[in-house]
Design a protein around this ligand. Structure first.
Ligand code: HEC
Length: 86
């Protein structure tokens, strides 16, 4: 496995641990939670990082900040999201 492939593989594991309970195991979303397929085409990496660290949205639909996630982990999750087709 190349370094890049390793990072994507790790990103998938982080996604499953930290994101999939809301966004679905295939990032398909569910009522009230958007699909993340194609999200990296709609948002910059910095924007996605900010959603993860600071949360996003309002009220019932709000995404809370994801606690105790490192910058290295966030980079890997975003790399994984980029492999998903929109
Ligand atoms: C507790 C549930 C929950 C968790 C855990 C969660 N999210 Fe979210 N996420 C949401 C909700 C709800 C929204 C919609 C917020 C809004 O209305 O703008 C959202 C929105 C987003 C968006 C913007 C999508 C769009 O099209 O507007 C991105 C990107 C995102 N989340 C990425 C992640 C990533 C990556 C993780 C894991 C590191 C994660 N989320 C963990 C609930 C969650």
């Amino acid at each position: 496995m190349s370094e890049g492939e390793k990072m994507i593989h790790e990103g998938r594991k982080i996604f499953l641990r930290r994101c999939s309970s809301c966004h679905g195991i295939h990032a398909e979303g569910k009522p009230g939670v958007p699909s993340l397929k194609g999200a990296p085409d709609r948002f910059t990496d910095d924007a996605i990082q900010s959603f993860i660290q600071n949360g996003r949205g309002e009220g019932k639909q709000r995404m809370p900040p994801v606690r105790n996630i490192s910058g290295q982990e966030i980079i890997r999750v975003i790399l994984y999201l980029k492999t998903l087709k929109g």
